[in-house]
Write a protein that binds this ligand. Structure first.
Ligand code: SAM
Length: 283
């Protein structure tokens, strides 16, 4: 009998990278110091923090160190990612982080049970980011803070830029849109927070830069790996966004780009902090 998926009812879309091997490998390069820098000034020791869509948990673990002896809880819909996160917590000797399988649409936590909620690179994959934010707000205490961070693909800068890279941007938008997701969600942060009843504390943006030979090769590997994923090939060809031959050309184009002596990539990330209205906050 096929294994029952306990989260089936709470998945509203098929996460693009659900079968990927290269994407989670890339996520393990992320840290709280870099990817959550905008949110750190709002965190204090002894807070209880939730990381929604934590992936392999490297950011969550950095956040756990900041709120210690408080607790950081990471949730994700992919059990394999959580297993990786637990293993990393134990190898770092961190005892105030725990990880749980859950969907951001149905958080298995009481109302007002967290001081801070964080989410990196998740809302753009969702068909209903407002419902996810409303759920984050439900579990936040009044005065508690939410920190969200997402790309806006039109802010990406590739040097040298090829026609195929421009094609990649269009394809990525189309792939996310199949699920109702939005590769340009970063620019909508303020509106999303306001419309879900948060007070907007701050909205900002920054570039993540890939410039060294190693960094550029790493990014080339991540993107050419994307085009080799069976589920991505199936999604793109079934919807006739591109042919098999075009996808192979794209994959080769990324490998060629990553060997170019001038290759440079700047990835535009948008960040925002909101506060749940209510009594005075300590954040
Ligand atoms: C791009 S990854 C980001 C992972 C991590 N936040 C990071 O920045 O490294 C997106 C993550 O969101 C998770 N995800 C997608 N849909 C979700 C949902 N409905 N509820 C919870 N997690 C979800 C995926 O499984 C994946 O681990």
């Amino acid at each position: 009998m096929p294994e029952r998926d306990p989260l089936a009812a709470d998945r509203r879309e098929t996460y693009l990278h659900h079968e990927s091997e290269t994407a989670p490998q890339h996520f393990t390069t992320r840290t709280a110091d870099r990817q959550a820098a905008f949110f750190l000034p709002h965190l204090r020791p002894r807070m209880r923090l939730l990381d929604c869509g934590c992936g392999p948990g490297t950011i969550t673990l950095g956040l756990a160190e900041v709120v210690a002896p408080g607790e950081a809880v990471g949730i994700d819909i992919i059990e394999g990612q959580l297993a990786q996160a637990r293993q990393e917590a134990s190898s770092r000797g961190l005892t105030n982080a725990r990880f749980k399988a859950a969907s951001v649409y149905a958080l298995p936590f009481d109302d007002e049970s967290f001081d801070a909620v964080f989410s990196n690179a998740v809302l753009g994959h969702l068909g209903d980011p407002a419902a996810a934010l409303a759920e984050m707000k439900r579990v936040l205490r009044p005065g508690g803070v939410v920190g969200i961070r997402n790309i806006d693909i039109d802010g990406q800068i590739y040097v040298p830029e090829t026609t195929l890279q421009r094609k990649f941007r269009d394809l990525y938008k189309q792939m996310l849109a199949v699920n109702g997701g939005n590769a340009q969600i970063g620019r909508h942060h303020k509106a999303l927070l306001r419309e879900t009843g948060f007070d907007v504390v701050r909205a900002s943006a920054m570039y993540e830069v890939y410039s060294s030979v190693e960094a550029v090769r790493h990014w080339g590997m991540v993107i050419s790996g994307l085009w080799a994923e069976a589920s991505v090939v199936e999604l793109v060809t079934r919807n006739e966004f591109a042919s098999h031959a075009e996808m192979q050309a794209l994959s080769q184009d990324w490998r060629d780009w990553s060997e170019h002596p001038d290759a440079f990539f700047a990835d535009a990330w948008f960040e925002a902090v909101g506060r749940r209205p209510g009594h005075a906050s300590t954040a």
